[in-house]
Design a protein around this ligand. Structure first.
Ligand code: SF4
Ligand code: SF4
Length: 213
């Protein structure tokens, strides 16, 4: 088990996806941990269910490693994704885990670099413009959260598919997102987004407008 623990730690050191916003929008704080978080330079927020949390990406993520490792928050020490747990249990080899991590990082980087907010036209409507400005600012400040963006992009296309054609670029981006979510869902965490994005792509491909293009 000790050996497996070292292997899992090594995988994590070169991953960082659970701190970067590629898997989660935020991370939970323990009750009363807000003061410690503030002292560490991490801004506490209130989650949708009223509990304490902090937004990701974490300001202490340095590349793929934690820059405050000995002082990190409770959730950080406790959390193991499906892959990390599987390495700990000896069910996934170190080499396979590294391959999953490298593929996921590569795909996440592509999705961040090519986020389709860049394709939105100004003045498309208050909500879209607001979101566009929000994600653009996050991106410019190195605080882009891929998970939140995936939620937004899903919602935007679910609305659009009812009313007008979805562009080929957005369809291609949605397919890349689905590819990434498939990899995440089986290996890092479970997510209802797999079902949502699968259905979205079926709906886009069935669009009457789309069939003509
Ligand atoms: S996503 Fe999993 S493998 Fe990657 S750093 Fe987090 S716990 Fe470790
Ligand atoms: S404190 Fe360290 S381990 Fe915790 S979210 Fe931030 S970078 Fe990750």
């Amino acid at each position: 088990m000790d050996d497996n623990f070292s292997l899992a730690s090594e995988v994590c050191k070169n991953c960082g996806l659970c701190c970067s916003g590629a898997l989660f929008g935020n991370a939970p704080l323990q009750e009363g941990e807000e003061t410690l978080a503030t002292e560490l330079g991490i801004k506490p927020v209130v989650d949708e269910d009223g509990s304490g949390a902090f937004n990701l990406p974490c300001p202490h993520l340095d590349g793929t490693a934690c820059s405050i490792y000995p002082d990190r928050l409770h959730v950080c020490g406790d959390y193991h994704c499906l892959l990390s747990s599987s390495v700990l249990e000896g069910e996934t080899s170190y080499e396979d885990a590294v391959n999953y991590v490298e593929s996921a990082k590569e795909q996440a980087e592509w999705l961040i670099e090519n986020a389709a907010y860049k394709n939105l036209k100004q003045g498309e409507g208050l909500t879209l413009s607001d979101y566009q400005a929000f994600f653009k600012a996050e991106y410019d400040e190195g605080q882009f959260n891929l998970r939140y963006y995936q939620n937004y992009f899903l919602y935007k296309l679910q609305v659009q598919v009812q009313e007008e054609p979805v562009s080929k670029e957005d369809l291609a981006y949605a397919k890349k997102t689905l590819e990434y979510i498939k990899l995440i869902n089986g290996n890092f965490r479970e997510t209802s987004m797999l079902e949502d994005y699968t259905q979205l792509i079926i709906d886009i491909e069935n669009q009457d407008f789309n069939a003509e293009n």
